[in-house]
Design a protein around this ligand. Structure first.
Ligand SMILES: [Cu+2]
Length: 71
């Protein structure tokens, strides 16, 4: 059993529910991500992930690949 991390990241560029869906799917596709909740109003994604399997750097990379700007 590995440790779980909770991180909140700011994401620029999301303008509608479709963007939220894309970002959520991208983050959920990362191995080790347990749960993700993307909020359009706050422009935030709350991510729970296994520290042994992934990290914020990888999560930010897929957000960027999806066309959005993690801060
Ligand atoms: Cu959109």
């Amino acid at each position: 059993m590995s440790f779980l991390a909770h991180e909140t990241l700011k994401i620029e560029g999301m303008e509608c529910d479709h963007c939220v869906l894309r970002v959520g799917r991208a983050i959920a596709s990362v191995q080790g991500v347990i749960e993700v909740d993307v909020n359009l109003e706050t422009k935030e994604a709350v991510v729970e992930f296994e520290e042994a399997k992934t990290d914020l750097k990888k999560i930010k990379a897929v957000v960027r690949d999806a066309g959005y700007e993690p801060l």
